[in-house]
Design a protein around this ligand. Structure first.
Ligand code: ATP
Ligand code: MG
Length: 590
């Protein structure tokens, strides 16, 4: 399973990776040298939108296509960097006209439409703080996030406003302005028509002189382990967005890039808006939801060269079969990466076999603001591993002692908590209104991620599980990921989730939930076969003792399996915060 592949594909031939000598670059890296990544403005001003958009005009790239927007239906639309500069200036001037100042919070609630991207970048241009909300959230998760975030402005559509905001708007008098991107003839009371405002906005409105530490983005976590937290990010993060996109996603200015994540989640903002624009690429934005046919069509038609997606989507593509991609020309793809959940080795092998390229897994969190560990273009991929630390990122495996002190592990394969030495530019600066929780993530200058992992002899890091999800069974520490990956190697299994159930003899018993591929029936024969398959691959002490079949597994809207929910249901305990729950077999939450 720990097989190293070093794929040298013809498609890489013309493009030299940005990071060619990893070991040297890592060793000689100094943060004081990376300022050159950005242009900056006089007097130490750093502004994300300046770096992502306006700077390109100075370098005579204004006419280059920044965004290729693919609406659900109809023809693609393009926005050049110059268009973006103008639109974001208009948006910033609208905020100024409304009295919205530096630091004020602007929330965005919309599907993946150009107006959302303009609002995000225009807000940052004005020095205000942007907080993206996933458009499929119901009224309550929206209300709670806007309350925590002290929203002054909301940018949304009339349909979403009527359905999700109007019912509680009067409970939030601090929400001064609601700007609607598309309006019918009858504007709802207390709302403004954004298009009209933009038409009278200043197309040359200058960038607000924000300082590196000024707050730029407020991102709520996915809520996989509990109540979502509001992570605060500063303008300085842009330095790391650029650096990490060049290193971990191997972005070159010539690339056509597609990040499938929604800007409602941090990946969709850091690497779905900011980093690619900063790198000057043309990025594809698809308004529609996942559809295997459509996705392959996009990869072909748009000639996508770098593709950043997530394990759940990859597993869905795998489920759709190997014949489908064979009908498309995917030869423009040269680099594929994945994030958000552990990427099972099976998915990497599938990519290689069926798409002609492996996926490069990388790891990070809302809190880290950018990619921390990655399988790089120029280094061997280790299927199942999160990869190596990015230059500038110091990683350790630590044990928290009962007295609160940390013990650093030097032993190979010793499982402990993944910790990161503080100081990289995109690190979160606070959990909004939750200082104690924020402070509890740090010890002696290290950030403690809450994920368990180990390091191998070659310095690669391997995900074991979230600290909350790891199972202690008969003296063994069982990582759900390892068990799930083994199950996924069986041809019948589409998805798997593994939890521990209290057991008087072994402490916790390993139980698996499995969703099957089409054409398979979850009966006793298959159950026995899967239990046998798992025992053969994992050994009796780690293999699940029980398997339940499910049509779907509960997931967050960002596509992560919610093991805590399976456990709560299994044990008849309260389900906790389910505000980010996608529909599952217990009923749709749309
Ligand atoms: P919450 O903190 O609210 O429970 P969340 O942790 O799912 O939600 P995110 O910040 O979106 O919110 O996700 C980060 C987490 O996702 C990581 O801590 C890790 O558990 C998981 N993750 C991300 N990438 C990977 C990866 N490549 N391999 C394994 N796990 C990953
Ligand atoms: Mg988390």
């Amino acid at each position: 399973m720990h097989l190293a592949t070093n794929l040298k594909d013809d498609r890489h031939a013309g493009v030299t990776p940005n990071l060619t000598r990893y070991a040297d670059t890592y060793k000689n890296f100094r943060w004081q040298d990376v300022g050159i990544c950005i242009d900056g403005l006089p007097d130490g001003v750093v502004n994300i939108t300046y770096e992502a958009v306006d700077r390109h005009l100075v370098h005579e790239r204004g006419q280059k296509t920044a965004i290729r927007w693919l609406p659900k239906t109809g023809a693609p639309q393009e926005l050049s960097y110059a268009d973006l500069a103008e639109q974001t200036s208009r948006f910033a001037s609208v905020l100024q006209m409304l009295g919205v100042r530096k630091g004020d919070r602007v929330f965005g609630l919309a599907g993946r439409v150009p107006g959302l991207y303009i609002a995000l970048l225009g807000t940052l241009k004005n020095g205000s703080v942007f907080s993206p909300l996933f458009s499929a959230f119901g009224p309550e998760p929206i209300r709670s996030r806007m309350t925590i975030g002290d929203a002054r402005v909301l940018v949304t559509t009339e349909r979403l406003y009527r359905k999700k905001i109007m019912p509680w708007r009067d409970q939030m008098p601090e929400l001064k302005h609601v700007l609607l991107m598309d309006t019918s003839d009858k504007l709802p009371e207390g709302c403004r028509d954004l298009e009209k405002l933009l038409a009278s906005g200043d197309p040359q409105c200058p960038v607000e002189p924000t300082q590196p530490e000024d707050m730029a983005l407020l991102h709520f976590t996915s809520g996989t382990t509990g109540t979502p937290k509001g992570a605060v990010h500063a303008h300085q993060a842009v330095v790391y967005h650029i650096l990490s996109a060049r290193y971990a996603l191997d972005l070159h200015q010539e690339d056509i890039y597609w990040c499938t994540a929604d800007p409602g989640w941090v990946t969709g903002t850091s690497y779905g808006v900011i980093a690619p624009l900063c790198c000057g690429v043309t990025m594809v934005i698809d308004e529609a939801e996942f559809d295997a046919d459509r996705w392959y069509q996009i990869l072909q038609q748009e000639q996508v060269s770098v593709w950043y997606t997530a394990p759940t989507a990859i597993r869905m593509l795998m489920k759709a079969g190997d014949e489908l991609p064979a009908q498309y020309d995917l030869s423009h793809l040269r680099f594929m990466a994945s994030v958000g959940e552990p990427l099972n080795p099976e998915a990497i092998h599938w990519g290689e076999r069926v798409l002609g390229l492996p996926f490069h897994d990388n790891w990070w969190q809302t809190e880290t603001g950018g990619i921390m560990l990655a399988n790089f273009a120029s280094e061997p991929i280790k299927p199942g591993s999160m990869g190596l630390p990015l230059p500038g990122i110091e990683v350790a495996i630590v044990h928290r002692m009962p007295d609160g002190n940390l013990v650093f592990s030097n032993e190979e394969k010793d499982i402990g908590e993944l910790a990161l030495k503080c100081g990289w530019p995109s690190m979160f600066r606070a959990y909004l209104n939750a200082e104690e929780r924020y402070l509890s993530c740090f010890k002696d200058g290290w950030y403690l991620s809450g994920d368990l992992a180990y390091r191998d002899a070659t310095g690669y890091y391997w995900f074991v599980g979230r600290a909350d999800d790891v199972i202690k069974s008969a003296g063994h520490l069982v990582g759900p990921f390892e068990v799930e990956s083994a199950l996924l190697e069986h041809p019948a299994v589409a998805e798997a989730a593994v939890i521990g159930i209290p057991d008087p003899v072994v402490g916790e018993m390993v139980k698996a939930y499995v969703a099957l591929k089409e054409g398979y029936i979850g009966d006793d024969t298959l159950r026995k076969e899967l239990l046998g398959h798992a025992r053969k691959h994992l050994g009796a002490s780690i293999a699940p003792k029980e398997i339940d079949f499910r049509d779907n597994l509960p997931k967050t809207r960002s596509g992560k399996i919610m093991r805590r929910l399976l456990k709560a249901r299994e044990l008849g305990l309260p389900e906790g915060d389910t505000s980010t729950l996608e529909s599952d077999e217990h009923g749709a939450r749309k």
